[in-house]
Ligand binder design. Structure first.
Ligand code: ADP
Ligand code: MG
Length: 758
């Protein structure tokens, strides 16, 4: 039987083991199993540090038996065998009921692997009925397994631990680490003949070992040096697969030419530039010229514009849209939420002035129209908007996801601008693209700086441009951590500061992690829709709430409704205050935002609905409650909402976390710098890889198991070069079938899920 990477394990391992692997670990093919890498390696002569064990952990440990005792149970019939194992310092008790033979199996001095869930009785940590694998044993009762994988002969069993390094696999209750190791032994012997997807020349150039060798070295290493060699090669595979996918996507995008939308002198863009109330920054001019040039070409533009909050991306985008309108086409401007769409509409209309009201009284020559299309519009307004889009009357259609609906048609869509891209995926871009005969140019705007490695991996099909400069005359924003544990009085000062500021015309945002009404629970069930804009980033995995013993984490996070109530009655009594969150009706949200912008409100208690793009120059104070509940980038975004005018801003990160905890350190980092790229790195470091690619994607789903976006910049950069070179010569990978298969496996398996986040 020819074994390939796609062969089902069922045929190789026998039913029970295959079922458990599939059901509990999602492993069903040879490739899945080979990609189930050891979590760590135990050393044979080296016992696990028992002090590090925590109650509730599923563990596999190496330990030595110190003492064995057996007695009849007091209240029940039967025996209780208590085997104490140790690491030299600490001990751990293994408890067995009615298995008197364990006393013989686990004699004093025997060492092996023990697996189970750490429990506690009295003050002794214990494993009840752990799975056991004795080193060098030949007479172990094969009591549970009758699978071929388990019925290895003595010789093979002895060989298992001939090596010093014992792979410890992510296991589950139904299958032990050593059973997985046994399955791998079987499979490894069968895959030596599998073709290596990496071209030999590339392997040599980069000093990498072959794939079959890498699999062996990661699963059965003789030394840690083996493991390193294997990891390097396997990381390369992950990086190369992603980069080849992206390189192919680029090539495919270039196949359908775009309509060139070259600059037309004396048109709308020129008229707009003439009435701009400020001078463009150098950055805006350079980026603008680059975009303008691309819009004039046949190659569809696919550009990601990263700019610090307040760097003036909207003006850059608007100028691009005007160039396209001058060329006779239309632009769509996609915003992630209704609040933002409404605000963009206002911003664009006010920037355009008489240039944005074609057909109305006071319109200027060359004028166009800006239309809004969102999900919550009345049927009548919606019909009008649809007609303006389809008839070409609207040069710019601003909208939310509603723009993606099938009924929405454009006369000639030339440019798509996607604001704050992280909520739109490739699929959604494709839907919009399909609304146009030739692919429209695409400009994606993001204010969340993206580390280079992430840009190259997750957004790899977009060219990136960075706008760093912030227009002159912007006020400073200072950020402080307000630790409510150590300095409770600082909180009163924070409120006093808001009152003081309001007196002189300043305005405050008070941000809470939660809304605090009943709807919150439903939301998870319904999934994120248009106004899922209160969503909190998941906390970094390594940092579960409550783990820091903080008082703050014991109670529910602060909620808008409760906090507003408390502030109205107490510290902010007398201020004009309103609440804003994603589940208010669209008109109400809009009315509140406008009242705040006009200065009819002093303070707004809100969720992260204001995270992106909201622009109120007088906003001067931001107080973030339970700030530790927010991600680093999210806080940076939030802070970008203040200090947008000439009034200096102050951002207060209020937290109940203890000093020195990771959560507190993240807040200190935000307070210490306004450099978004620096913070993006901090953010990256505080999350597991899977979370970078989206909350729902574990490393497994994303295809990135070993590759670290934080540490493997060199591999990512080099593999990108290799991929581009390879795809330029052989775009369909005809000469590289094994690599083509590997690429297909990634996109099939995971539906290139994380690539779609771009
Ligand atoms: P962001 O990059 O965060 O989206 P915006 O485009 O919203 O920033 O711009 C922030 C504010 O700065 C807006 O009020 C905008 O009109 C203003 N602005 C943009 N460019 C300039 C400039 N060159 N000089 C002065 N103000 C500018
Ligand atoms: Mg913006």
């Amino acid at each position: 039987m020819a074994v390939t990477r796609d062969s089902p394990l069922r045929a190789l391992l026998g039913g029970r083991t295959a079922t458990v692997l599939a059901e509990q670990l999602g492993i069903s093919t040879v490739d899945d199993l080979l990609g189930h890498y050891p979590r760590r390696y135990a050393e044979r002569g080296h016992l696990t540090d028992l002090a590090a064990l925590r109650v509730g952990d599923e563990v596999t440990i190496v330990a030595e038996v110190r003492s064995v005792s057996q007695r009849r149970m007091r209240n029940k019939r039967g025996t209780l065998t208590d085997v104490v194992v140790g690491d030299g310092q600490r001990s751990l008790s293994l408890v067995f009921f009615n298995q008197p033979w364990r006393a013989k199996q686990l004699a004093v001095g025997v060492s092996g692997l023990f697996a189970g869930k750490i429990g506690i009785r009295g003050n002794q940590v214990q494993l009840t009925h752990p799975e056991c694998e004795i080193f060098g044993a030949t007479d172990q009762g094969l009591d549970q397994d009758s699978d071929p994988a388990a019925s290895v002969d003595d010789r093979e069993r002895a060989m298992t631990y001939a090596s010093q390094l014992i792979p410890v696999y992510p296991a589950s209750s139904g299958i032990q680490s050593w059973t997985i190791a046994r399955c791998l032994r079987l499979v490894l012997d069968l895959v030596d003949a599998v073709e290596d997807p990496m071209p030999e020349a590339m392997r040599e150039r980069r000093g990498l070992i072959g794939l079959a060798e890498a699999w062996r070295k990661i699963h059965q290493p003789e030394s840690m040096a083996d493991v390193d060699l294997a990891r390097l090669r396997l990381k390369w595979d992950e990086a190369l697969t992603v980069q080849v996918t992206l390189a192919q996507r680029r090539v495919a995008q270039a196949v359908n030419p775009a309509y060139p939308r070259a600059v037309r002198e004396g048109g709308l863009l020129d008229a707009f530039d003439a009435r701009l109330p400020f001078v463009l920054t150098a950055g805006q001019r350079i980026v603008g010229a680059e975009i303008s040039h691309e819009l004039g070409g046949h190659k569809p533009m696919n550009r990601l514009l990263q700019g610090e909050v307040g760097s003036g991306k909207t003006v850059v985008a608007l100028r691009a849209m005007l160039q396209v309108i001058d060329a006779g086409a239309q632009a769509a401007f996609l915003a992630p939420t209704e609040v933002l769409a409404a605000q963009h509409l206002r911003t664009l209309r006010s920037l355009l002035g008489p240039l944005g009201i074609a057909g109305e009284f006071g319109a200027e020559e060359h004028a166009t129209r800006v239309t809004l299309l969102t999900g919550s519009m009345s049927a009548k307004a919606r019909r009008a908007a649809l007609a303006e889009a389809a008839g070409g009357g609207a040069g710019i259609v601003v909208g939310t996801h509603a723009l993606l609906e099938e009924v929405v048609q454009f006369a000639d869509l030339g440019l798509m601008v996607i604001d704050e891209q992280h909520r739109f995926g490739v699929e959604q871009r494709d839907v919009l693209r399909a609304k146009s005969a030739a692919p429209p140019h695409v400009l994606v705007l993001t204010a969340t700086p993206i580390p280079r490695t992430v840009a190259m991996t997750v957004y790899g099909d977009l060219e990136t441009t960075i706008l760093t400069e912030v227009p002159a005359g912007r006020a400073e924003v200072s950020t402080s951590v307000v630790p409510t544990r150590e300095k409770p009085a600082w909180l009163d000062r924070a409120w006093a500061r808001i009152v003081e500021d309001a007196r002189t015309g300043g305005r405050a945002f008070i941000v809470c992690p939660r809304i605090g009404d009943d709807g919150e629970l439903d939301k998870k069930a319904t999934g994120m829709v248009d106004d899922g804009d209160d969503s909190l980033q998941p906390l970094p995995d390594d940092q579960p709430p409550g783990d820091e013993g903080s008082a703050a984490t014991k109670r529910a996070p602060m909620a808008v409704l409760e906090v507003a109530d408390m502030l109205r009655k107490g510290p902010l009594a007398g201020l004009r205050m309103a609440i804003l969150h994603g589940r208010l009706p669209a008109e109400e949200k809009d009315a509140t935002m406008q009242a705040f912008a006009r200065g009819d409100l002093d303070a707004m208690v809100t969720t992260t609905v204001i995270e992106v793009g909201v622009d109120v120059p007088e906003a001067s104070v931001m107080a973030v409650l339970d700030a530790d509940r927010f991600g680093v980038s999210q806080l940076h975004q939030l802070r970008g909402r203040i200090g947008r005018g000439s009034r200096p801003g102050i951002c207060l990160l209020i937290t109940g976390t203890a000093p020195g905890t990771p959560a507190r350190e993240r807040l200190e980092a935000v307070a210490a710098t306004r450099d978004g790229f620096e913070l993006a790195r901090v953010d990256l470091a505080s999350r597991r890889e899977g979370n970078i690619l989206g909350a729902a994607q574990s490393g497994r789903r994303s295809g990135l198991r070993l590759l670290s976006l934080l540490d493997d910049e060199a591999i990512i950069t080099e593999s990108r070069e290799e991929a581009r070179y390879l795809i330029a010569l052989d775009p369909d990978l005809i000469e590289h079938q094994a690599l083509a298969d590997q690429v297909a496996r990634l996109s099939e398996d995971e539906r290139a899920d994380y690539l779609d986040k771009a």
